[in-house]
Ligand binder design. Structure first.
Ligand code: NAD
Length: 465
């Protein structure tokens, strides 16, 4: 069983020796290629039934999966139980259903005596690469649509958090998934990931991870003209106007800043508050942030678990130090008094929810993705000004807007450069709708229709009659 992030001194990888990993990627692609003709010829209904069966099996073992995810990743058991594993189950159920409802297009040209229609077919072997923050949740967000569409897959979970992927593998046969349809390789990005990206028999890569890794994947896959879907980092703003309902806004913005230790690509890390309510917001927000309980991830009363690794904790804390060196104020958070933690957690990678203020827009804390429990709060005056400042980063993944003025929320939402805008809420998802980022936050969209389009090839056929 995995150790706990909360107990580890330093991160480890689960990679077997690298040469063997490359051989495993080769074997996995070969198996996926061999399984493709059988799997792709099954009807959507047959595939749908198998996906639903896999969902049932994961759901049956939900508690074991949640325990493993929490211990492996450092996230709280409550988050794993209520978000990660239920969503992994739902990913299979959702695509099992949506694959039954797609239609293709047809047009007529009566004067030419022609009809045109489109047909969609699976692409082949899909390479799927996922990060460590929502391990099974994000891996299944790729596996489910890929196999629902009739592709076979080689999936590579993060080497930091591979345990639940391994547990899922043990259920594949029982679910009725034929040998070779879902292959999981365990290894580092530089070896297993790159071997997959460069493999000539893998025409399509769906990747979720950092913008830096995406650049390398783009470069490496370019000679093969692969189709890429890239879900990348964010530097997400929350914009809070002075007519916002703070009783809703404050708890939700705490959650959007610190849920899963701030290790969600959609987390808020820049909070723009209109000047009229700035002091009140800050006072209430900081008071509530101080109440968040940090500690043993297996304790169901804990709100913030351990960060993924010692290196990541140091990186996140360094951002706070840099902000202080630039003259910013840290109003709460940062280091945990380890002696106040249970004995078994005292060497873990914990950090308090941290609120920084008096920070300039050009500061690295306002420009770069920190990916930890750190959020910056700054004041603004006008709608025009805040739109420009919110858009003034290289990322464009998500934003939240808080206001009771309906006209304003529509106006602002339309002008924000990001793939998803939540108004007066956060992380309310409908998997039917496109998900993805603008600018350095990604290329392409995933969701019911978008994933279907990505994981299939379209062909137009003209019939003259
Ligand atoms: P990462 O880019 O370091 O790694 C992601 C995956 O890519 C891992 O499986 C890793 O092994 C693999 N990888 C690394 N180098 C590779 C290479 N050269 N070739 C092929 N694969 C390689 O990201 P991470 O640190 O695991 O995850 C955190 C990042 O993911 C953050 O930037 C976060 O914003 C982003 N993220 C984005 C979304 C989204 O939906 N937009 C969701 C979750 C996380």
């Amino acid at each position: 069983m995995p150790q706990r992030r909360g107990q580890r001194r330093s991160s480890t990888t689960m990679a077997p020796n690298d040469r063997r990993v490359e051989e495993q990627v080769e074997a996995a692609v070969k198996a996926a290629k061999a399984a493709f003709p059988i799997w792709s010829s099954k009807s959507p209904l047959e595939r749908s039934q198998i996906l639903n069966k896999l969902a049932d099996l994961i759901e049956h073992d939900l508690e074991a999966f949640a325990q493993a995810e929490s211990k492996d990743q450092g996230k709280t058991i409550t988050f794993a139980r209520t978000v990660d594993i239920p969503r992994a189950v739902y990913n299979f159920r959702f695509f099992a259903s949506s694959i039954l409802h797609h239609t293709t297009e047809c047009t007529e040209m009566p004067t030419m005596g022609c009809i045109h229609y489109t047909s969609r077919t699976p692409v082949g072997v899909a390479g799927l690469i996922s990060p460590w923050n929502l391990p099974l949740y994000l891996l299944t967000w790729k596996i489910a649509p890929a196999i629902a569409c009739g592709n076979t897959v080689v999936a590579k979970p993060s080497e930091m958090t591979s345990v639940t992927a391994w547990m899922m593998c043990k259920l594949l046969e029982k679910a009725g998934i034929p040998h070779g349809v879902v292959n999981v390789v365990f290894g580092t990005g530089s070896k297993a990931g790159e071997a997959l990206v460069c493999h000539p028999d893998v025409p399509l890569i769906s990747f979720t991870g950092s913008t830096l890794t995406a650049q390398r994947i783009t470069e490496k896959s370019a000679p093969h003209c692969k189709q890429l879907s890239l879900e990348l980092g964010g530097k997400n703003p929350a914009i809070i106007f002075d007519d916002a309902d703070l009783t809703q806004c404050i708890p939700t913005t705490l959650r959007s800043s610190f849920a899963n230790q701030g290790e969600i690509c959609l987390c808020t890390s820049r909070i723009f508050v209109q000047r009229g309510i700035y002091n009140e917001f800050l006072k209430r927000f900081v008071a509530e942030a101080k109440k968040w309980k940090v500690g043993d991830p297996s304790d169901p009363t804990v709100d913030v678990g351990a960060l993924i690794s010692k290196e990541h904790l140091e990186k996140v804390r360094n951002y706070v130090k840099k902000a202080q060196a630039e003259g910013a104020r840290v109003l709460c958070g940062e280091g945990v008094d380890s002696l106040a933690l249970p004995a078994g957690n005292q060497k873990g990678y914990f950090m308090l929810p941290t609120v920084i203020t008096e920070v300039k827009d050009e500061s690295c804390c306002m420009q770069e993705e920190i990916f930890g429990p750190v959020t910056c709060v700054v004041a603004f005056d006008t709608e025009e000004e805040v739109i420009e400042r919110a858009n003034g980063v290289k990322y464009g993944l998500a934003a939240t807007v808080w206001s009771s003025n309906v006209g304003r929320v529509h106006r602002v939402a339309r002008r924000l450069q990001c793939g998803w805008v939540w108004t007066n809420c956060w992380l309310v998802r409908d998997l039917n709708l496109p998900f993805g980022g603008m600018k350095a936050s990604g290329i392409g969209r995933e969701g019911a229709k978008d994933s279907y389009e990505f994981f299939t090839e379209v062909k137009t056929i003209t019939i003259k009659h």
